[in-house]
Design a protein around this ligand. Structure first.
Ligand code: ADP
Length: 353
């Protein structure tokens, strides 16, 4: 099952299509990344590959055999060969050893100490066996979750944004661990992320999902260094909403959850908009600005990409904006995960598809 083929996959929830004809294949030992904004269908796709969800139509083939989703016996058997790490780590109030050993105990294995020790070494948590799992940092807990997924020696490892809730230091340790596992163990990995630098650091190939469709598939070089850079921007700050024209001849787009964005164009009805991250101004203090769009938010993710730092700012606790600042201004502002910030952008920066 180290080879994964996805053929014309569709998934509907209550009549709404969240995956729209996805096709790709992943080779044995490949590190494959699914990159896309929130709501693009990444987790749904992983859950289908983990056989937790059934596709509405289309097929998944594992090691050259189609999966029969209607057979719960087959699902159980195949799931034993797949490891999945979810975005939110859920560990039990017991030792790290007992947490990692849990999947083995469920299978009735008795002699698990050595196996647990060796996976803990693999995730750089040697000596953590007796610690209570609930006392660990976010990064350590995430590595315990990875150890838990690896202890059964899966052929395929599915990772759902494994660094999404971590600070940069812990995120880079987790990245190092994942990359090491992929190289040393030759495990096929399929990982989701929002983070372009992770694609550059880790992926053999990347598929870009947007609105349930696969927009692009290729190596980092092919996609991000290609002559059509517009697709690079296509992932961040994309919002779907309903637009109306104002008395001033601009448009107000209601993107839901109480967030309204003003744009310089005139459009009525459903519209997909894009705000380039580099057009957004960031401040620690309320902005006195002529920019029509100003929002208060909280930093939920920090990604260092050389001299630029990309920040994820959550507005109204729900909408994610990606903002770019230079490393220098990032350091000067002393920003951190959880910092309250203000963002602003001009109506003329809002682009419509
Ligand atoms: P991503 O992981 O890229 O953020 P998801 O796969 O979680 O995207 O979600 C894709 C879309 O499917 C979203 O609009 C989400 O609300 C919807 N969705 C996901 N799971 C369910 C579910 N169990 N029932 C209904 N809608 C769902």
């Amino acid at each position: 099952m180290s080879k994964v083929e996805v053929k014309s996959l569709f998934k509907e929830y209550s009549g709404r299509q969240v995956l729209k004809g996805i096709t790709f294949s992943v080779q044995k030992g490949e590190f494959f990344v699914l990159l896309g904004p929130n709501g693009s269908g990444k987790t749904t796709l992983l859950k289908i590959l983990d056989l937790l969800e059934e596709p509405t139509s289309g097929e998944v083939w594992l090691n050259g055999e189609p999966v029969d989703y209607s057979s719960s016996k087959e699902r159980v058997m195949l799931r034993r060969r797949i490891g999945m790490v979810f975005q939110q780590t859920v560990l039990f109030n017991m030792s790290v050893l007992d947490n990692v050993a849990y999947p083995l105990k469920v299978r009735g294995e008795r002699n698990f100490e050595q196996k647990v020790k060796s996976v803990l070494e693999l995730v750089q948590l040697k000596g953590f066996e007796r610690k209570n799992a609930l006392t660990l940092s976010g990064g350590e807990a995430q590595r315990v979750a990875i150890a838990q997924a690896l202890v059964t020696e899966p052929e395929l490892l599915l990772l759902d944004e494994p660094t999404a809730n971590l600070d940069p230091k812990n995120a880079s340790i987790v990245e190092e661990v994942i990359s090491h596992i992929n190289r040393e163990k030759e495990i096929t990995i399929i990982m989701t992320t929002h983070n372009v630098s992770q694609v550059e650091n880790l992926a053999d190939r990347v598929a870009i999902l947007d609105g349930g469709r696969m927009e692009l598939l290729g190596t980092f070089q092919e996609i991000f260094r290609s002559p059509s850079p517009n697709k690079n921007l296509a992932m961040d700050n994309i919002f779907h909403g309903v637009s109306r024209i104002t008395n001033e001849g601009t448009s107000i787009i209601d993107i839901g959850d109480g967030v309204h964005i003003e744009a310089a164009f005139k459009r009525v009805g459903n519209v997909t908009i894009h705000v380039p991250p580099e057009d957004i101004i960031l401040s620690k203090y309320p902005l006195i600005s002529s920019a029509r769009n100003t929002f208060e938010g909280t930093i939920t993710q920090i990604t260092d990409i050389g001299h630029i730092v990309r920040l994820r700012v959550k507005v109204m606790s729900i909408k994610d904006f990606i903002v770019q600042v230079t490393k220098r201004s990032f350091n000067e502002m002393q920003l951190n995960i959880g910092s309250k910030v203000y963002i602003a952008f001009k109506a003329s920066s809002v682009q419509a598809n």
